[in-house]
Ligand binder design. Structure first.
Ligand code: PMV
Length: 358
């Protein structure tokens, strides 16, 4: 692909960006600022569940900021989110007014399966924009710092404004978003990767996403975050997340799998507890979500294997396991868990891949 600015002044770049799964959850925003987290979170990127986005920036001839297509087809329902994102980053990226962006994006996983498609989608779009910015600065090596941020941090910064969790999709190592004394250089503005190698007992885990419900969520994440304002347990939850972040970083350093599992599962249940105790209260877990959790617990009890679950803001279960025991785990999935999955659907991914330039 031609990535320099051509004679007509147009630029074309593309990125594949993974989704990610939070181990310590972002749930609730700081007052003031644009999409700043109330507590730090940490995630693994899901390298096999990704969005691929191509952006062509053409010199602007009218007032059209962008044209969006999903795998080549126009998709008007996606346009308001993209329009709002581009408006929000306009002051950070003043060059945008000179171009009409032709954005084509597609996910390699089905839309509406409850996978964080917005993380991968905004991640891929932001990588393209950060790359175009570098080319406009005359830098094709992606080495220029913008606002004191390197290319990956800048991409993370921009994607955060589109979807908070997207900012953690830029890194191969575990990504931390939100200021915490546990991670040097951590910031509310963008994610950073852990600056040490994860202990081998936690460095090659995989994720099977068990699709319990593939419909629209009854309460969006945006609405869910907002319900943390005036939530009776909000301050306690933010404190717990800080503590869990410190604990999980330590467990990744020391290879303390037991403590890792305890934190990951507790985080998932705390996230859903916050939903169940907000006003209005709501429940996103379904009966099969609980059935799967109980099966995972009883299988772990019987086998002592390194396995656990986590949840997003939805009914699906992310079943995390050490890649070394893949065969045993997949037998368990197919023999025991499949019956709880909607139409037998599940998705598999490695963890820990960074985005790829197309
Ligand atoms: O990025 P948002 O606004 O869709 O929030 C996502 C929040 C969770 O997925 C529930 C947790 C997280 O940290 O990813």
């Amino acid at each position: 692909m031609e990535k320099s600015i051509n004679n007509s002044g147009s630029i074309r770049v593309g990125y594949q960006c993974p989704s990610n799964i939070a181990l310590v959850k972002y749930w609730g925003k700081k007052e003031g600022g644009v999409q700043l987290p109330a507590n730090p979170s940490i995630s693994w990127s899901l390298g096999d569940l990704y969005a691929s986005t191509i952006v062509q920036a053409l010199p602007r001839e009218n007032d059209q900021a962008f044209v969006f297509t999903l795998a080549g087809e126009s998709k008007p329902s996606f346009e308001p989110k993209i329009a709002s994102f581009l408006t929000k980053i306009a002051s950070d990226c003043p060059w945008l007014v000179d171009f009409t962006l032709h954005i084509d994006s597609q996910n390699n996983f089905p839309h509406g399966t409850g996978i964080a498609s917005s993380a991968a989608g905004f991640g891929a779009l932001s990588l393209c924009l950060a790359h175009i910015e570098q080319l406009l600065l005359g830098d094709s090596s992606l080495q220029s710092e913008v606002g004191g941020m390197n290319f990956w941090q800048r991409s993370s910064y921009l994607s955060r404004i589109g979807s908070g969790s997207a900012c953690r999709s830029m890194f191969a190592k575990p990504a931390v978003w939100g200021q915490t004394p546990a991670v040097t250089g951590s910031s509310d503005l963008f994610a950073v990767e852990l600056d040490f190698e994860t202990h081998p007992s936690l460095s090659n885990w995989k994720d099977v996403v068990l699709i319990v419900d593939d419909g629209e969520k009854s309460v969006s994440s945006t609405a869910g975050h907002a319900l943390l304002t005036n939530h009776p347990y909000a301050e306690a939850r933010f404190g717990q997340a800080q503590k869990n972040l410190e604990g999980i970083v330590l467990s990744m350093k020391n290879g303390d799998v037991k403590s890792f599992i305890e934190i990951v599962e507790s985080e998932a249940l705390q996230l859903h507890s916050m939903m169940m105790t907000s006003i209005p209260y709501y429940v996103l877990m379904r009966p099969n979500t609980l059935a799967i959790i109980e099966q995972i617990w009883s299988f772990r009890e019987q086998t002592g294997l390194s396995i656990c679950f986590t949840l997003d803001a939805g009914a699906n279960v992310h079943f995390l396991y050490d890649g070394k025991i893949e065969e045993t785990v997949m037998n368990f999935v197919n023999n025991t868990l499949l019956q709880y999955c909607k139409n037998g659907q599940y998705l598999c991914s490695n963890t820990g891949k960074r985005p790829v330039e197309l």
